[in-house]
Design a protein around this ligand. Sequence first.
Ligand code: PLP
Length: 407
Amino acid sequence: MDKLLADRLSAVKPSPSMAAKARVDALRAAGRSIIDFTIGEPDFATPAHIIAAGVDALQSGHTRYTGSTGTPALRTAIAAKLDRENHLSYHIDEIVVGNGAKHIIYNAFAATLNDGDEVIIPTPYWVSYPDMVAINGGTPVIVPCGIDSSFKLSAAALDAAITARTRWLVLNTPNNPSGAVYTAAELRDLCAVLMRHPQVWLMTDEIYEHFVYGEARHVSPLQVEPALQARTLVVNGVSKAYAMTGWRIGYGAGPRQLMKALALLMSQSTTCPGAMSQAAAVTALSGPQQCVQQGRALFSSRRARIAALINAIPGLACLPPDGAFYVFVDVAGLLGKRTPQGATLANDVDVMMYFLEQAGVATIDGASYGQPSYLRMSFATSIEQIESGCQHLRDAVSQLIPQLPSQ
Ligand code: PLP
């Protein structure tokens, strides 16, 4: 078997969210009732008018290959969306459609990284970035950004992380898992650093842009520093905003040379995204947008509820997130305590496993996002599940035995 597999696979771990899902499925199959807070997708159906567009596409013959960068109709709809919502101007030749935003990010690293090239990834990060860099021969440069900096990269930390080998900075706003949303002023400071380092490209993953709450507003870095457009890849997609994760449509917008390289990789690997999904995505981006506002309103009410319930449990704490649909819960207050079974909770993975086994509540450890001592809990689930899950957590926490005083 060793001979079968390529060396580069040794640099890659399985996705922690997939591993968490497998744990939930196994426990449910064994008859346990589990409240699942690991979900990384909206819990409601794709809006009916988008499904109708997909069905119509199938019936009207959108069942064949398309061009490898996506249909002109979809790229035109994406250009119009970028202009309308983000005030960014792109020609359709500067846009590539992929099988999800993940595909675009992966191909961008595959197209640009040589062995040892560095990619700056602030913590906490979406689990896939470091592995996608590593599998393509790059070196992830992880920059810790804790609660003191509201889980955001500062200009000084960025400056300190840049070397002659740096190829990309990956920014994710709103952020999965912390919910942090960069302000225009923060982005201006980061862009000012990038302007001084012409070898560094910016990848800006804006897949959660529509899920922002309270006073927070989504700003695309190029809105504050248009001069970076010549070395920026804007990544986005329809998965989260339109509850279309299974349709697999994401896109990238960037300079023609990079887009050509992405198209080359697509043409020799996946050929093109599904034609019927592309047609449905045209309707998603160009049709009525109330569904997006409804999704945001739903998440906004759940966000307030889950944050209040978590903060009422002794030993747990979270900030109400500014964006996305996750709370990032500080569990440091539980570390060192002992479970009724006599084990000591030494880290966030232990806490995650205790909650799963004792409370029947599934979460994901912060270590998987580069930020130990936290758990990620998704609120892409009903208020009833949120209330009952938090009650189970409260009960499990109340059964912990305080750390023995040191001798
Ligand atoms: N970027 C972030 C930050 C995500 O959380 C996800 C999905 O969880 C993606 C990108 C990928 O989205 P998709 O490939 O479904 O477009």
